[in-house]
Write a protein that binds this ligand. Structure first.
Ligand SMILES: [Zn+2]
Length: 501
């Protein structure tokens, strides 16, 4: 008999001493949909009671327990009811009701432990619509969503954009992308938010117009909120991401948005061909005179007035903005000329020159676009025009590798067809208007056309090396005629390309 008593005492001490570590059974938590997602670990303790940590319990419902230092009480919320407990005290208060546990709570390393079974039975009686503890099976049934405090998903905003719909979801809890999952089914888009809490009544919304017809939220379980969007059109593309930890963005595209996007692309393509800004490049200038005529006239001094007349025609007749690479007798490196046009987003680039040949009998006009030199004449003209680089302090062309050349010319090759087209129009109009000899449209490797991101043409108006041509070139009315012919060509080009859309 005495031996038996000692045995009981030892067991008693054993429980008491091992309150931290002796593992009790785990209470199975079963959700209404039959899923078992978490268990509650209990600890064997004094009086052979299983103890449950309040932290363990509240984490099941995503509602943190706090410690009120002044009142020396622990508290947490369930369905907006405040539950309060004190260390080493058998009383629990739920709102204004007081319940008594068969034993005191225990405090271990700042964690409050309560007698598990009795605690769960009190909670079950208070929240019987939501929670039922079944002593026989040792299961805690969560019948319907129950949440700790205020919903953490607060507000949904919908913005219709030209290329789709942007849905903004504002939260008061930090989420990360692993908490979010998005799927589309039939005419519904569902966003699952793990750790999300919603107030279905508050977030329900209907929209008379737009992609989203209504928003329906539901608390699927204590850990899972779902936001459903009823959409009016079939969803083609969808994406979810966090704009910030408390702002979820959904982007949605429907068939309608895609057709809209195509329309916008066409609009942009149209804008690309809207000839509203032209750069005119009067060749040479400053320390570079260009070629020198039979009577000693400089190319730079002839191409500048032609360019100015052209600018005037374009501005007054077509209301097009015109910029010039130079308006005075100023030296400008070749590369800077197309850079200037690119920087201003010019839609056409025109470089105006006068031709020169050691054969003084050669006359006539030739419009050039960038390409492989196909004839000796074209090669010779390009060599002459490119020789300008001897005036440039540090020329990039001499050091340029073949690959770099391909890259620079690449921008221009995109507009090869249009450049050729414009060159053809210029050639034809000058021959008709100015009665100049036709030296044909040609391709040549002009450095000044490299890198132009728009159709670009270089016009060799007439031969400064031929006495008759030179006389014409010096004549103001002829200069105007040349300018007018180029203006007519640009007008023609503009009409053709702008009406193509
Ligand atoms: Zn020139």
């Amino acid at each position: 008999m005495k031996r038996k008593e000692t045995y009981i005492v030892i067991i008693f001490l054993c429980f008491f001493g091992n309150v931290h570590s002796a593992a009790g059974q785990t209470i199975t938590v079963v959700h209404a949909d039959g899923s078992v997602r978490a268990g509650l670990k209990t600890t064997s303790s004094l009086h052979n009671l299983r103890y449950l940590s309040i932290q363990e319990f509240t984490s099941l419902f995503n509602t943190p327990a706090h410690y009120d230092q002044q009142q020396r009480k622990y508290f947490f919320h369930l369905n907006n009811k405040k539950i309060r407990l004190s260390p080493f005290n058998p009383f629990i208060s739920i709102e204004k009701k007081i319940y008594q546990l068969p034993a005191e709570t225990v405090l271990i390393s700042d964690e409050l432990y309560v007698p598990a079974i009795f605690f769960l039975e009190i909670i079950s009686s208070e929240f019987s619509d939501h929670i039922v503890y079944d002593r026989l099976s040792d299961n805690l049934l969560v019948l319907s969503p129950i949440y700790g405090n205020t919903p953490n998903i607060q507000r949904v905003e919908i913005e219709e954009k030209t290329n789709g719909t942007l849905i903004k979801i504002f939260t008061i809890k930090d989420f990360d992308e692993s908490n979010l999952s998005l799927r589309a089914r039939h005419h519904w888009l569902y966003l699952d938010v793990y750790g999300g809490k919603v107030d279905s009544a508050k977030t329900y919304a209907e929209y008379p117009a737009g992609m989203v017809a209504r928003v329906v939220t539901s608390q699927l379980s204590n850990e899972l909120a779902q936001i459903g969007f009823r959409v009016r059109d079939e969803i083609i593309e969808k994406q979810v991401y966090l704009q910030s930890p408390r702002l979820i963005f959904l982007t949605v595209k429907t068939q309608k948005d895609l057709s809209q996007e195509i329309r916008v692309n066409i609009e942009n393509e149209k804008k690309k061909w809207l000839i509203d800004l032209i750069v005119i490049d009067p060749g040479h200038g400053g320390k570079d005179p260009g070629t020198i005529g039979v009577s000693g006239v400089y190319e730079k001094n002839i191409v500048l007035p032609i360019s100015k007349y052209l600018k005037e025609y374009l501005e007054t007749e077509l209301k097009i903005n015109v910029l010039m690479t130079r308006e005075t007798d100023k030296f400008i490196p070749l590369q800077k000329r197309t850079e200037f046009a690119n920087r201003h987003g010019a839609k056409l680039f025109l470089s105006i020159h006068a031709n020169h040949n050691h054969n003084r009998r050669l006359r006539g006009v030739s419009a050039y676009f960038l390409g492989l030199d196909m004839t000796d004449e074209a090669r010779e003209v390009a060599r002459l025009e490119n020789s300008v680089i001897k005036y440039e302090e540090k020329s990039k062309y001499s050091e340029m590798s073949w690959e770099q050349y391909i890259l620079s010319a690449g921008a221009q090759s995109l507009y090869n067809k249009e450049s050729e087209d414009l060159a053809g129009m210029i050639q034809e109009n000058i021959i008709q208007q100015c009665k100049l000899q036709d030296r044909r449209v040609r391709q040549a490797n002009f450095y000044v056309l490299w890198g132009a991101s728009m159709p670009a043409v270089l016009v060799e108006t007439a031969f400064i090396s031929n006495p008759q041509d030179e006389r014409l070139l010096k004549d103001r009315s002829f200069q105007k005629k040349i300018a007018y012919s180029i203006f007519l060509s640009i007008k023609q080009f503009k009409e053709k390309y702008e009406s193509a859309f």
